[in-house]
Design a protein around this ligand. Structure first.
Ligand code: NDP
Length: 236
């Protein structure tokens, strides 16, 4: 039985990751920012422990991880899934837009990884899995701040894999393409059809597609520093 912490676990991709680990019989705690009703419903269904915190704030992220480790009596796997997205022209991006994106999608993963690494180094084992994006690899027009944050996650994944490997810890990144979640709720049917057409596999991704990759990496002992595209070939 693994002890698993998932950030951004109340909805979308994170919620599916929570469900899948829980179905496996693993002990799960998940962090969310605001949606109490979604978090409580998921906790009731899965037995996972919900922890409300904003991972973009260093002290809150560290406290949330400490609470999760306490609830689980340890940690084997951290999945950094909490994230926001925003579509905006580069010239309209404010300093606040930029800071909020980097603080949430990049710094949040740093704060939580640092907090679990202290425990994992002592245990000489552990797995950190970051949820990046295809846009972190190829860049998205009108999502410069999102692409920069997710690209930062790639660099963090590779560097941390080198640094923590000798301590028995693997660090990997899953990079989804366009996945059918609330994050993409604003896409109209025409845009969705265009995305499917541009995707070699011919459809949008599902939360199951992403969770499959995360569960695989959570059980892979000799894979580290990898960025695995789960995008149906969209980023090729
Ligand atoms: P959703 O918008 O459906 O869910 C986002 C989750 O992150 C929610 O649980 C939310 O909590 C939580 N969250 C957001 N900000 C914070 C914060 N500051 N502190 C703590 N929790 C926070 O997103 P998706 O499931 O679609 O995306 C999940 C991850 O996958 C993100 O990192 C995203 O960038 C990435 N991704 C998504 C793709 C997609 O097409 N959907 C494609 C590529 C990558 P709450 O609801 O309580 O606010």
């Amino acid at each position: 039985m693994k002890k698993v912490i998932v950030t951004g676990g109340s909805r979308g991709i994170g919620a599916e990751i929570v469900r899948r680990f829980a179905e496996n019989g693993d002990a799960v705690a998940f962090v969310y920012r605001s949606d109490d009703s979604a978090a409580n419903a998921l906790a009731e269904k899965t037995g996972a422990t919900p922890i409300k915190a904003d991972v973009s704030v260093a002290e809150q992220a560290a406290a949330a991880v400490a609470r999760a480790i306490d609830a689980l009596s340890g940690v084997d796997v951290l999945v950094n899934c909490a994230g926001i997205a925003q579509i905006k022209l580069f010239l309209d991006l404010t300093d606040e837009d930029w800071r909020k994106m980097i603080d949430t999608d990049l710094s949040g993963a740093f704060y939580c990884s640092r907090a679990v690494a202290r425990k994992m180094v002592c245990a000489h084992s552990g797995k950190i899995i970051n949820i990046g994006s295809v846009w972190g690899r190829v860049g998205a027009s009108c999502e410069v701040h999102y692409s920069a944050a997710k690209s930062g996650l790639r660099g963090m994944t590779q560097a941390l894999a080198k640094e923590l490997g000798p301590s028995g810890i693997t660090v990997n990144c899953v990079e989804p393409g366009v996945i059918d979640t609330e994050m993409n709720g604003a896409l109209d049917e025409k845009t969705k059809a265009e995305i499917c057409e541009e995707t070699p596999i011919g459809r949008m991704g599902t939360v199951t597609d992403v969770a499959d990759a995360v569960l695989f990496l959570a059980s892979a002992d000799f894979i580290t520093g990898q960025c695995l595209g789960v995008d149906g070939g969209f980023g090729l």
